[in-house]
Design a protein. Structure first.
Length: 93
């Protein structure tokens, strides 16, 4: 496969971040940005998948969707994302 055409999780995370937050875009598009983050998570353990899982955790936690938030927290922590590791540790106390 040609490396220049390969989509990777870090690219999806960064583009998703821009869409969710409206950075560098005309409008924010949370749904599309979150879909990119979910796609990035599916590519775990590639670089960027842990950040995508962490940000999805934050999105769902802010919506009080605890079950879905916890799934992404566990994925991010299992991938070694330090903020997620600490958050999960604090949750267990």
């Amino acid at each position: 496969e040609n490396e220049t055409k390969r989509v990777n999780p870090l690219l999806l995370f960064n583009l998703g971040y821009c869409l969710v937050h409206g950075d560098g875009t005309d409008d924010d598009d949370v749904d599309v940005g979150e879909r990119m983050w979910r796609d990035a998570v599916e590519m775990a353990p590639e670089e960027g998948s842990d950040e995508a899982a962490w940000f999805l955790y934050q999105q769902y936690a802010a919506r009080d969707n605890e079950d879905t938030a916890r799934v992404f927290l566990n994925v991010a922590a299992d991938l070694g994302h330090q903020d997620a590791v600490m958050e999960r540790r604090n949750e267990k106390r």
